[in-house]
Write a protein that binds this ligand. Structure first.
Ligand code: SF4
Ligand code: SF4
Length: 260
């Protein structure tokens, strides 16, 4: 999910698809390019993607991060990107790709669902509103773009069961935007605070341990109903993590927690 600058909107690659616009696309097993798109990718994983993938794989978030991602801190960025690590074969295939297709299809990441559309977030500094923007950007080899089926963003989102993914990605993008300014001070982006924020956002099993097995609950008051949820529900825990990071780094108050 790119943060998009209004001035550069028309200069971005691809065709912008607005609410009522349509685009042609169909992908199916047996199409000439089947699976060609699932290789050699810079596939960004958002926090909710990691929750869904680690759940479907039946492993902890820690193990998932160790095994499947590269964490990259780009210059002038203050929070790292998390990319799915491609397999070490000549074609650098996605680790979840099989001849029959995607092995994690019901839990595939937001970017895979949205493809061949790319989403961005347009932030209006005056109104402080975030608006999603969409671009049709299939690679040349993708034959699906020559099929007859027509979609709007809305019908495509429904078809791909992507609505909740988009919602969670936008929620994260709003926080990610805050990292355009350095929140770390002298500690820098490798310091203890940065490690804790990363844990709350991406390593939620470890974050759960941190909440329930450290002094966290002596430092923060959290309603028992919320505690009961986050004890077992990864998605609730992720949302709680978003709130905690906003409070921890920028002092943004939340109904979910209060300092003691
Ligand atoms: S390249 Fe396009 S049509 Fe071919 S498998 Fe990928 S998404 Fe489907
Ligand atoms: S997760 Fe699935 S859909 Fe996404 S790149 Fe990998 S194999 Fe393809």
């Amino acid at each position: 999910m790119k943060q998009v600058d209004a001035i550069k909107l028309d200069k971005l690659a691809g065709v912008r698809i607005k609410e009522k616009d349509t685009f042609a696309f169909r992908c199916y097993a047996g199409i000439g390019c089947f699976n060609r798109c699932c290789r050699n990718l810079n596939l960004f994983l958002y926090p909710y993607d990691v929750v869904r993938l680690k759940q479907t794989l039946g492993i902890s978030s820690d193990e998932f991060l160790d095994t499947h991602v590269d964490v990259v801190l780009r210059p002038q960025n203050f929070f790292p990107e998390v990319l799915l690590r491609m397999s070490e074969n000549d074609e650098k295939t996605c680790p979840f790709l099989a001849e029959s297709g995607c092995l994690v299809y019901p839990d595939r990441p937001d970017t895979c669902r949205t493809f061949p559309i790319e989403q961005g977030i347009l932030f209006d500094a005056d109104t402080k509103k975030n608006t999603p923007v969409y671009f049709f950007r299939p690679p040349e080899f993708c034959l699906g773009q020559h099929e007859a089926a027509q979609w709007t963003i809305s019908s495509w989102t429904d078809d791909q069961e992507a609505e909740y993914y988009h919602k969670m990605t936008i929620r994260w993008a709003e926080i990610k935007r805050m990292f355009q300014k350095d929140p770390w001070g002298q500690e820098g982006p490798q310091g203890a605070k940065a490690k804790m924020a990363f844990m709350a956002i991406y390593n939620i099993d470890q974050f759960r341990e941190f909440i329930f097995q450290s002094s966290f609950l002596r430092r923060y008051r959290v309603k028992s109903a919320i505690l009961a949820k986050i004890k077992t529900d990864d998605v609730e825990l992720l949302k709680f993590g978003f709130e905690w990071v906003k409070f921890f780094l920028w002092g943004i108050k939340s109904k979910k927690l209060k300092p003691r």
